[in-house]
Design a protein around this ligand. Structure first.
Ligand code: PGA
Length: 258
């Protein structure tokens, strides 16, 4: 299959693993699996405290890039417990996840998501904005929710910057549950997200945004979802904690690109 962009696979480690030694081992093992991953951009997003370790393992253009799971909108000052964009940039972080459902559950609002997206993209980094419904209803009202999440997230973002935006469709019911969305569901949502962006920016510009799927992606289902769902790649949670599984997902994505 042909996709309009370089494929993208992001591993979101969430609050794992438990020690710095384990983080170093996992990053090292992941790097080894990526020796032949040309054509797929791979990002590893560890907990912030492990970013320096993961960045030092990376240490080469030919492996993965480093991502962050969250960031604050201000660049410096009295914000206890927060991490700024300049701090992330000083460790060569390139991607930042925003609005993950686990963070939305902890209080992150659409307004916060928009403010973070704006700050991230303004600084030259790429924002990975997560959207997704908690459940599906027969009247397809979830489509309206996704549209609103997207419209709220991208408020004020200019066309010229759309290449720095990634949208990850992550239905909440599929995250960490093993209930993956079907490839048909994923394709329907991919088209719907494209339509929403096209209404806002016009078709040519909308196509600059990469659209990922996330929610119980594993080595067995990745190829089919990529092929039939026609997404640009994946945001992977649980399976990114196994270098073998994560590497197999990247390989599955790569094999779909021919
Ligand atoms: P999962 O998580 O792959 O474990 O379902 C995906 C995510 O939360 O990004």
């Amino acid at each position: 299959m042909k996709i309009g962009h370089e494929a993208l696979v992001i591993g979101n480690w969430k609050m794992n693993p438990q020690t710095d030694a384990m983080a170093k081992r996992l990053a090292t093992d992941i790097k080894k699996t990526l020796a032949h991953a040309e054509g797929v951009e791979v990002v590893v997003a560890p907990p912030a405290i492990y970013i320096p370790i993961v960045e030092s393992v990376r240490n080469s253009k030919k492996s993965f890039l480093v991502g962050a799971q969250n960031v604050h909108t201000e660049t410096i000052g009295a914000f206890t417990g927060e991490i700024s964009i300049p701090m992330l940039k000083s460790f060569d972080v390139r991607y930042v996840i925003v609005g993950h459902s686990e963070r939305r559950k902890a209080g992150e609002t659409d307004v916060d998501v928009n403010a973070k997206m704006t700050a991230i993209i303004k600084s030259g980094l790429t924002a990975v904005v997560c959207v997704g419904e908690a459940k599906r209803d027969h009247g397809a009202q979830y489509l309206g929710l996704i549209e609103m999440q997207i419209r709220d997230a991208v408020k004020g973002l200019s066309r010229a910057k759309l290449g720095n935006l990634v949208i990850a469709y992550e239905p909440v019911w599929a995250i960490g549950t093993g209930n993956t969305a079907t490839p048909e569901d994923v394709h329907e949502m991919k088209l719907f997200i494209e339509k929403t962006l096209t209404d806002l920016y016009g078709r040519n510009y909308a196509q600059k945004v990469r659209i990922l799927y996330g929610g119980s992606v594993n080595p067995k289902n990745a190829g089919e979802i990529m092929h039939d769902g026609k997404v640009d790649g994946f945001l992977v949670g649980g399976a990114s904690l196994s270098a073998k599984d994560f590497g197999s997902i990247v390989t599955a994505v790569k094999s779909m690109l021919v």
